[in-house]
Design a protein around this ligand. Structure first.
Ligand SMILES: NC(=O)c1ccc[n+]([C@@H]2O[C@H](COP(=O)([O-])OP(=O)(O)OC[C@H]3O[C@@H](n4cnc5c(N)ncnc54)[C@H](O)[C@@H]3O)[C@@H](O)[C@H]2O)c1
Length: 334
């Protein structure tokens, strides 16, 4: 019998990549997405798609009755740090309350494996250059706080149900799946990579650097950019290692190498051949100077060996997908 996974947020960027990888591996997939930031057209036809909020308990309970779900992957969240500062209730409602509701529905249905998408934002302003999983969790943004609280909630709810939990704390995710086969399909996303991509293609006339006075080598923020293809393999490796009644496993997903905003822009300019005009803006609330992953735990415990640790490759793959998407007039951006 084919194994079945439920992917909440599977109409989005990272969930869409993991969905494709699991389908390639022969899994049956149920995607649940309320399309608040996703696109139904991007769900592969081989997956069953349910347009629904993951926090709708009755619908989720029905899905768990209809399918023998072996594992839940929960990618569904609001992801815009600035928006979270302006509308904390919206972020708490979705990233915490709806996340609890889905975990509860899964626990009631007897699901035994669960993977939750968390973020480096739970570390806030790190005290060390490299951040390991043992670094104190002290988020500064509302977004980071909702994820940190969700982690605690899932540990309790799923632990009580004997459901194995894996928490992946992603650093900055970019690139595309399958060398340009699928990627981020919305313009106007607020991440640095997305904004640089928009600027490098002339969709945004100016790239605003939010804060050029951080305590970093060139004054701009430093982040650890992970290729989504390597992030996908972290999920599939983790899914195979989870076993019921184990303590929760928490892993950083990043490379351990940081790049500044200016270095990212230079790479986009080099790959696109287009000069990106830059404006200097204020620091954004909730931002921090440098966040770089110590990823030794996932490497040693899961045998995770990244294959795409190359900023230029990340940029090239993001561009390859974007070029394909923009050439396809039936899939215009929302
Ligand atoms: N992109 C990154 O760099 C990054 C970094 C760290 C963590 N993350 C986490 O990874 C996950 C996926 O991020 P992404 O970049 O793919 O974002 P995304 O917005 O592309 O995907 C999220 C999907 O979840 C859906 N969704 C949101 N709330 C929902 C709900 N209540 N019910 C059903 N569907 C819902 C959205 O419509 C969207 O399709 C998120 O949890 C995010 O916090 C992302």
């Amino acid at each position: 019998m084919r194994r079945t996974a439920l992917v909440a947020g599977g109409a989005g960027f990272i969930g869409g990549c993991v969905t494709r990888a699991l389908l390639d591996d022969g899994w049956q997939i149920v995607v649940v997405d309320n399309l608040s930031n996703g696109n139904a057209e991007m769900v592969p036809p081989l997956a069953r798609f349910v347009d629904c909020n993951k926090g709708q308990h009755d619908t989720m309970a029905q899905i768990f009755r209809e399918h023998a779900i072996e594992i839940v992957f929960d990618f569904a969240a609001h992801i815009n740090i600035s928006e979270g500062e302006r509308t904390p209730a919206k972020y708490l409602e979705n990233n915490l309350a709806n996340t609890i509701s889905l975990a509860n529905a899964a626990a009631c249905a007897g699901v035994k494996k669960y993977v939750f998408s968390s973020t480096a934002a739970v570390y806030g302003t790190p005290a060390t250059a490299l951040v390991s999983e043992t670094h104190p969790v002290r988020p500064v943004s509302v977004y980071g706080k909702t994820k940190a609280m969700a982690e605690v909630a899932l540990i309790e709810i799923l632990g009580a149900a004997g459901c194995a939990l894996g928490i992946l704390r992603y650093f900055n995710v970019a690139g595309s799946f399958g060398g340009g086969a699928f990627g981020q399909y919305r313009r106007g996303q607020t991440g640095i990579m997305s904004r640089a991509l928009d600027a490098s293609r002339g969709h945004d006339p100016v790239f605003t650097i939010h804060g050029a006075d951080w305590n970093t080598a060139d004054g701009t923020g430093v982040r650890d950019y992970i290729h989504v293809g390597d992030l996908v393999s972290a999920h599939t490796a983790l899914a195979e290692r989870l076993a019921a009644n184990q303590p929760p496993r928490i892993y950083n997903c990043g490379y351990g190498t940081g790049f500044s905003v200016r270095e990212v822009l230079a790479t986009f300019e080099q790959v696109s051949g287009r000069v990106i005009e830059v404006a200097l803006g204020e620091r954004r609330a909730g931002d921090t100077a440098a966040v770089v992953a110590d990823s030794s735990r996932i490497r040693s415990e899961l045998g995770w060996t990244p294959q795409r640790q190359d900023l230029e490759l990340i940029v090239r793959d993001a561009m390859a997908w974007r070029t394909r998407l923009e050439a396809d007039q039936t899939r215009l951006f929302a």
